[in-house]
Design a protein around this ligand. Structure first.
Ligand code: MV4
Length: 449
């Protein structure tokens, strides 16, 4: 096992990783930007090194500064958390060449899933159901029209190097396809430095369901069930659950086994997530794979009792998986609310400033992953996520009531947050019945005005 790890991240996930390290008896090194001097991760780690100015590009994305910090403090491994460098194959490669263990998948894993077309081709080979569409890059308008005629409108244009919803365009006919085609290529070039695009049938009102997997360096792979992630706005998830109320034991087993086969096929190592769309007839389609630990990992931890961060560290240190598939049981129901510093009554506009008064939820079956404290000044430079509330009940109705109770205890003054959005959501009859898709939040917000 490692004796010292550097955490190349900030905020709640940096704290989450430091806590896992402490429980494993591993010393920790925090890195921080000039804007994060007063951050808790700096205080909680055994050592801390300033790696640059406030903008991420000069600090948390500054590879030479992070590698230097790792060399100076003589760490054996780096945990990238999520965002920033977590899915940067180049960074993972540099770690490798500096003999620093990257706590995550191999550079090859990251590369092969970062190319969404390549991911589609690989997943098709092992029999994962794909959304109907192109199986290679769409080069010109003529090809685009031909494919769209075959699969039928509406279609969606996606960037090969995209992901997370950026640079997608929905087209309902030949005319909109032609006008969107060039724009999509230009946007892809601008955003991802790669103009390659592909086309899929557009699935209307789908649910977003993802499967968590864990793979060690010896080809042992398990799945940890699904997370329901349909409650989102502008590709930012607002609430996640496990299990999903539309996935039964049989479907979970089938999806899970397919994901294990897929991960084996690409020699995947570490924690990973396969994203699926579920249409209204409960057909599921592979969408993409995330080669990192995700924000919403705690709902899986709650229902399985497995510490995913500790498992990532153990796997990176060369230990065998400590669980077999038979050991995994989904117990009860977990829900996470992401509380962000955003004014939900003002189009989710980001808010910043000093927290004058804070009361965090607590009590039975409530976990709060956060980095804020009373007197903390929220910097305007980074992600607006302040806290994740995770509750665990015997079933979904109980989890919902615990969440309602937890949200009612949460006070942050004078910062505008999404707490009231979540409290309203938990009163919505359709949400309570589990009847929603990825369009649900847009639909209820549109009705409000
Ligand atoms: C889709 C889709 C419908 N049909 N692909 C959004 C994020 C990116 N990973 C892919 N996304 C979508 N791809 C087809 N063929 C709808 C979405 C989508 C979505 C997916 C998951 C969660 C929220 C979403 C919100 C809008 C669109």
């Amino acid at each position: 096992m490692f004796s010292k790890i550097l955490i190349a991240n900030r905020g709640e996930i940096a704290l989450r990783i430091i806590r896992a390290c402490k429980e494993l008896g591993i010393r920790t090194v925090a890195v921080y930007s000039e804007a994060d001097r007063e951050s808790l991760h700096v205080q909680m780690a055994d050592e801390a090194i300033c790696i640059g100015k406030a903008p991420s590009s000069e600090s948390y994305l500054n590879i030479p500064a992070i590698i230097s910090a790792a060399e100076i403090t003589d760490v054996e491994a780096i945990h990238p958390g999520y965002g920033f460098l977590a899915e940067n194959a180049h960074f993972a490669e540099i770690c490798e060449s500096c003999k620093i263990n990257f706590i995550g998948p191999t550079p090859e894993n990251i590369k092969s899933m970062g190319d969404k077309m390549n991911a589609r081709q690989l997943m098709q080979k092992i029999g994962l159901p794909l959304i109907p569409g192109s199986t290679s890059i769409v080069k010109n308008k003529e090809e685009a029209i031909k494919i769209s005629k075959r699969i039928g409108y509406p279609v969606i244009i996606k960037a090969v190097s995209g992901g997370g919803g950026k640079g997608m365009r929905i087209c309902h006919n030949d005319i909109s396809l032609i006008s969107n085609f060039i724009i999509a290529q230009q946007e892809a070039e601008k955003n991802f430095g790669n103009r390659d695009i592909y086309i899929e049938k557009y699935i209307e009102n789908p649910r977003h369901i993802e499967i968590q997997i864990l793979a060690d360096k010896y080809g042992h792979i398990i799945h940890l069930g699904e997370r329901e992630c349909s409650i989102q706005r502008r590709h930012q998830k607002l609430l996640e659950e496990s299990p999903s109320c539309v996935v039964d034991t049989k479907m979970r087993k089938r999806l899970g086994e397919l994901c294990i086969r897929a991960a084996k096929f690409i020699n995947y190592v570490s924690a990973g997530t396969l994203e699926f769309l579920l249409d209204k007839d409960n057909n599921f389609y592979f969408m993409e794979m995330n080669t990192r630990i995700q924000v919403e990992h705690p709902v899986t931890e709650a229902v399985t009792g497995i510490d995913l961060i500790k498992e990532q560290i153990r796997i990176a240190a060369g230990e065998k998986l400590s669980y077999k598939q038979e050991d995994i049981q989904i117990k009860g129901s977990a829900i996470e609310c992401r509380i962000a510093a955003e004014d939900f009554e003002n189009d989710f506009m980001p808010s910043a400033g000093t927290i004058e008064y804070l009361n965090l939820p607590a009590g039975p079956r409530v976990r709060v992953d956060t980095y804020i404290y009373q007197g903390y000044k929220i910097p305007p430079y980074y992600d607006s996520l302040l806290a994740k509330i995770i509750v665990h009940g015997k079933d979904r109705p109980e989890a919902l009531r615990i969440m309602e109770r937890a949200l009612s205890e949460f006070i942050i003054e004078p910062i505008k947050t999404t707490i009231n959005f979540h409290r309203n959501l938990l009163k919505n009859p359709l949400f309570l019945k589990g009847q929603f898709s990825t369009h649900f939040v847009d639909d209820i917000l549109a009705k409000k005005d």
